[in-house]
Unconditional design. Structure first.
Length: 333
């Protein structure tokens, strides 16, 4: 890849044109995306103009923004050279996180942390954090036996936790994956749902099934559930158990009572890792009942080897409107 700056500028606000030449025209087509949508996303985010000329791209804009665009294009092209794909999420990640060369010190943690990039390997696809907070969260899940992920909807708390669980399971670090949620009604009564108890609670567990099916083939998920190597169950079903050699996730923890939270946390057994995720703004408990997530934050924040990871609207990786909706509701509090 050859880069030419016309004319050379040192002022970060000076307008410049930078021409980048890519040796493989087929990879350049993938880099640009269908109807050049990847280029359009970079242009919109960084305030630059990108013109395609054969196997060259000309980036026009303030030198600081142009340099940022070049770094994004270079990282995405390198990804294609490694045989990976470039999708919307990959462009979004590069725009949010930049080149991200300086990895934090993770000691003797898994090889995935060496070199600055974090990639979670699953059976169906690799998963990469798309924000700095997500990267810190994933690193924390591998580094701590008990970790909390707290923040608004759409920030990847549960999705990344399940991805890490699947990765640790297929690598042989744990024998089981256990996923749980409080079966708390959000305006509708559980008893009105048709069917037996499993039929009634399965709708509450559906987000966990969805995440699993993103990382493992459907037949394998069904087989592992049948063998009880993957368990998806309401929080109430955890009482009296010791969860050893397992990766355990409690989702929607803001809807656990203080007693339920204590019960769940004390299930942690030898060789296990536990992740608690929740959103303080979506408590569905009856009025006057204290959220167990709130109590856990207050009581456990100073205990070593328990990590608390926080997300904001800036970490939302769903539709861009979701971040704006969260910010609007937060501003009205």
């Amino acid at each position: 890849m050859v880069t030419t700056v016309l004319p050379p500028q040192d002022d970060p606000q000076a307008i410049q044109e930078t021409v980048v030449e890519f040796p493989d025209n087929f990879l350049l087509i993938d880099l640009c995306g269908e109807y050049d949508r990847n280029l359009a996303e970079i242009e919109k985010s960084l305030g630059v103009q990108i013109l395609r000329r054969g196997n060259q791209l000309a980036v026009i804009g303030e030198s600081g923004a142009a340099q940022a665009a070049l770094e994004v294009l270079s990282a995405l092209y390198q990804r294609l050279e490694e045989g990976k794909t470039v999708e919307h999420g990959d462009v979004d990640r590069e725009l949010r996180m930049g080149s991200d060369d300086g990895a934090g010190d993770t000691g003797d943690q898994l090889e995935m942390f060496r070199g600055g990039r974090v990639e979670i390997k699953t059976r169906k696809k690799p998963v990469e954090p798309r924000t700095d907070a997500q990267k810190a969260y994933v690193t924390s899940l591998f580094s701590n036996e008990l970790a909390f992920g707290i923040g608004p909807a759409g920030t990847g708390k549960t999705y990344l936790a399940v991805a890490v669980g699947v990765s640790m399971f297929i690598e042989g670090h744990v024998d089981r994956i256990i996923l749980s949620r409080p079966a708390v009604e959000a305006g509708e009564k559980l008893g009105y749902l048709p069917g037996d108890m499993k039929d009634k609670v399965d709708p509450y567990m559906q987000p966990l099934y969805d995440a699993l099916n993103d990382f493992l083939p459907g037949k394998q998920v069904a087989k592992l559930i049948e063998e009880k190597r993957i368990e998806i169950a309401p929080l109430a079903f955890m009482r009296g158990r010791t969860l050893a050699n397992a990766f355990v996730v409690l989702d929607e923890a803001q809807n656990a009572t203080s007693m339920q939270m204590k019960m769940f946390l004390t299930r942690l057994g030898e060789g296990s890792r536990m992740v608690i995720t929740g959103d303080r703004s979506q408590v569905d408990l009856p009025r006057g009942v204290t959220s167990g997530l709130h109590d856990a934050e207050r009581l456990l924040k100073d205990i070593p080897n328990i990590a608390f990871n926080y997300f904001t609207a800036k970490d939302v990786v769903r539709h861009p409107l979701v971040a704006k909706i969260i910010e609007a509701y937060d501003a009205d509090v």
